[in-house]
Design a protein around this ligand. Structure first.
Ligand SMILES: *[C@@H]1O[C@H](CO)[C@@H](O)[C@H](O)[C@H]1NC(C)=O
Ligand SMILES: *[C@@H]1O[C@H](CO)[C@@H](O)[C@H](O)[C@H]1NC(C)=O
Ligand SMILES: *[C@@H]1O[C@H](CO)[C@@H](O)[C@H](O)[C@H]1NC(C)=O
Ligand SMILES: *[C@@H]1O[C@H](CO)[C@@H](O)[C@H](O)[C@H]1NC(C)=O
Ligand SMILES: *[C@@H]1O[C@H](CO)[C@@H](O)[C@H](O)[C@H]1NC(C)=O
Ligand SMILES: *[C@@H]1O[C@H](CO)[C@@H](O)[C@H](O)[C@H]1NC(C)=O
Length: 222
C-alpha cells in the first residue's frame, strides 16, 4: 500500500516537473531581451540593427565579473584594461583569440535591485550612464550583452559591448558554444536564462522535491 502510494506520488511529481521544463521559452533571457531593445531603439533612430554575437555576449558577462560585484566601482575610473579582453575574458569564454576583434563601444550599469531589461535600458544604461550616444553609434555591426548578479544575487550589472567586425567571423567560440559561465546571462546563445537568479535553472524546485521524495520512498521500501 505504502509502496503504491509512493510510486503514484513520485510519478505525478516527475510528470509535473517535466512539464514545467517544457514551458521554457528560448527567448526568455534578459540579455537577449536587452539586445532586442537596443536594436529597436537603433532602428527607431534610423541606424542599423546589430548582430547578436554569443562570443561577444559571453565577454560582456566576463567584463561584468571583473567588477567583482562592486557596484560603486562602475562610473569611476576602475574600468577593466583593454588588455584584459585578450588575456582574461576571451579565454574564459573559449573565444578563439585569432577572431577577437576590437571592442569599439562599452556601456555598463549597475543597481542593487533587479529590474526588467526595458527599465535597465532606460533607467540604468541610458539615463544613469548617459550612453545613448554610444548605443546609437552608426558604425557598429554587432553587439553582445551580459546581465549578472555578482554571485546569483544582487547587485545587478548590465553590460553592452559593441564591435565593428563581421558577425560571422569575429568572437568565434571554440566548439561553437561558450564555456560554462554561471552565474549570469549573456546574449546570442539562444538559451534560456533567468536574470534574477543569475543562471539557467536546469534544476527546478519540483525536480529537487521529486528526488528527495524518491529517496524517502526508497528508505521506507527497504
Ligand atoms: C517565446 O516567447 C515569445 C514572446 O514572449 C513568443 O513570441 C514565442 O512564440 C515563444 N516561443 C515558444 C517556443 O514558446
Ligand atoms: C558608463 O559605461 C562606461 C563603459 O563601461 C563606463 O566606463 C562608465 O564608467 C559608465 N558611467 C557611469 C556614470 O556609470
Ligand atoms: C531610445 O531610448 C532612449 C533612452 O531610453 C529614449 O529616450 C528614446 O526616446 C528612445 N528612442 C526611440 C525612438 O524609441
Ligand atoms: C544618438 O544619441 C545622441 C545623444 O542622445 C544624440 O545626440 C544623437 O542625435 C543620436 N544619434 C542618432 C543617429 O540618433
Ligand atoms: C562611433 O564609434 C566610433 C568607433 O567605432 C568612434 O570613432 C566615433 O567617434 C563614435 N561616434 C560617436 C558620435 O560617438
Ligand atoms: C552570416 O550569418 C547569417 C545569419 O546566421 C547568414 O544568413 C549568412 O549567410 C552568414 N554569412 C556568411 C558569410 O557566412
Amino acid at each position: 500500500m505504502a509502496t503504491t502510494l509512493c510510486i503514484s506520488i513520485f510519478c505525478i511529481l516527475f510528470i509535473t516537473s517535466s512539464a514545467a521544463h517544457d514551458e521554457k521559452n528560448v527567448t526568455n533571457n534578459p540579455a537577449d531581451q536587452l539586445v532586442a531593445i537596443v536594436n529597436r531603439n537603433r532602428t527607431a533612430h534610423k541606424v542599423s540593427s546589430l548582430g547578436n554575437n554569443p562570443g561577444l555576449g559571453c565577454i560582456a558577462l566576463q567584463y561584468i565579473k571583473a567588477y567583482q560585484g562592486n557596484c560603486d566601482d562602475v562610473g569611476k575610473s576602475k574600468k577593466p584594461a583593454d588588455s584584459e579582453f585578450a588575456d582574461t575574458f576571451a579565454p574564459k569564454c573559449g573565444v578563439e583569440l585569432a577572431t577577437l576583434a576590437p571592442i569599439t563601444g562599452r556601456v555598463i550599469g549597475c543597481q542593487s535591485d533587479y529590474v526588467n531589461p526595458e527599465r535597465a535600458f532606460t533607467e540604468i544604461l541610458t539615463l544613469k550612464n548617459r550612453s545613448l550616444n554610444i548605443i546609437n553609434n552608426s558604425t557598429y555591426t554587432e553587439v553582445g550583452a551580459g546581465v549578472s548578479g555578482s554571485d546569483g544575487g544582487g547587485p545587478y550589472f548590465w553590460c553592452l559591448l559593441f564591435s565593428n567586425a563581421k558577425v560571422n567571423s569575429s568572437f568565434l567560440l571554440e566548439g561553437g558554444t561558450a564555456k560554462a559561465t554561471n552565474p549570469g546571462c549573456f546574449s546570442g546563445a539562444h538559451d534560456d536564462c533567468n536574470g534574477a537568479y543569475g543562471s539557467s535553472q536546469h534544476l527546478n524546485i519540483l525536480s529537487i522535491f521529486a528526488a528527495v521524495f524518491a529517496v524517502i520512498c526508497y528508505t521506507i521500501w527497504v
